[in-house]
Design a protein around this ligand. Structure first.
Ligand SMILES: Nc1ncnc2c1ncn2[C@@H]1O[C@H](COP(=O)(O)OP(=O)(O)OP(=O)(O)O)[C@@H](O)[C@H]1O
Length: 271
């Protein structure tokens, strides 16, 4: 099995995050191998592929979320703003402020709606008008109308879809540059899903978004670029190793992919 190179022709100043020959392991198990990828700035990039091919693993590396897993190790470089994010001098807390994350299940803090936004901003040293920041963040996440009359109520008083938009608002409030979303709609009903997707269309005017999704229609609806990952059995090994098969504009991935396995996956023949 050879792993090919997938650098696109995105001009340097339009690249948000670069994976330069990234291989990620958990202990001796190589989960995903030799990823070359340039995530374009100000666009939505979707990661698709069958279960276990390493989509979340790569996504979580972009803000050093995998650091919390003791067996995790990474070879190669992940470059953001000209900086290798895994160099020893880099502060992971600052990385996570610049590159925020929204998780699969809405996870508001056990605090009021207001404090869900204010708490992180305060910790990050925000010294401006907090009321204004709370309103602006909730508006940008398209959940202000549902929250404005109950800001002091618990975040848990909201529906699942509203909670997820509250979590998006909380992420925005720390003024990141990139927002990572790991299957953000998988726990939501179809209407809430559409609302989160609409929110993403607004957010990409200001942020770079990378989303892992199992829902191919969602990738088509929300993303500009799509990366298709797959996993193959390793000769002599026990598990499967994930790799990036193809990265291109979403329309090309779904209508005119270069690789046969991409064609088979997007047409529902496996995965
Ligand atoms: N913390 C961990 N420790 C050990 N192995 C892990 C860990 N997290 C993921 N893996 C393994 O790494 C591989 C890639 O997992 P990952 O969750 O990144 O895939 P995925 O494509 O996002 O899958 P899914 O679509 O099911 O979420 C899998 O074989 C998985 O079992």
């Amino acid at each position: 099995m050879t792993f090919t190179t997938h650098i696109t022709d995105v001009p340097d100043d339009q690249v948000a995050i670069t994976c330069d020959n990234v291989t990620i392991s958990y202990g001796s198990f190589e989960a995903v191998k030799s990823v070359f990828l340039e995530v374009p700035r100000g666009k939505v990039t979707a990661f698709i592929g069958p279960s276990g091919c390493g989509k979340s693993t790569v996504l979580r590396c972009f803000n050093r979320m995998n650091d919390l897993i003791p067996s995790f190790s990474l070879k190669g470089r992940i470059i953001y703003e000209g900086q290798d994010l895994y160099e020893p001098k880099v502060d992971p807390v600052e990385v996570r402020r610049r590159i925020g994350m929204v998780f699969q299940r809405p996870n508001p803090f056990p605090k009021s709606i207001y404090e869900n936004i204010a708490f992180g901003a305060r910790i990050n040293g925000y010294s401006g008008d907090m009321d204004e920041l709370v309103e602006r963040s909730l508006r940008r996440a398209a959940v202000w109308d549902e929250c404005k009359d109950k800001l002091q109520e618990s975040g848990y008083s909201l529906s699942g879809g509203q909670q997820q938009r509250l979590c998006i608002a909380r992420t925005i409030a720390t003024q990141p540059d990139v927002i990572l979303m790991d299957e953000p709609c998988s726990a939501l009903d179809p209407i809430s899903t559409l609302k989160v997707e609409e929110t993403m269309h607004e957010l990409k005017k200001e942020f770079t978004i990378v989303i892992v999704t199992h829902n191919m229609q969602q990738a088509v609806r929300v993303s500009d670029m799509t990366a298709f990952y797959n996993a193959v059995a390793v000769e002599g090994g026990s598990g499967k190793v994930g790799y990036l098969v193809e990265f291109d504009e979403t329309a090309n991935i779904f209508n005119n992919p270069k690789q046969q396995s991409t064609q088979e996956y997007v047409s529902g023949r496996f995965g």
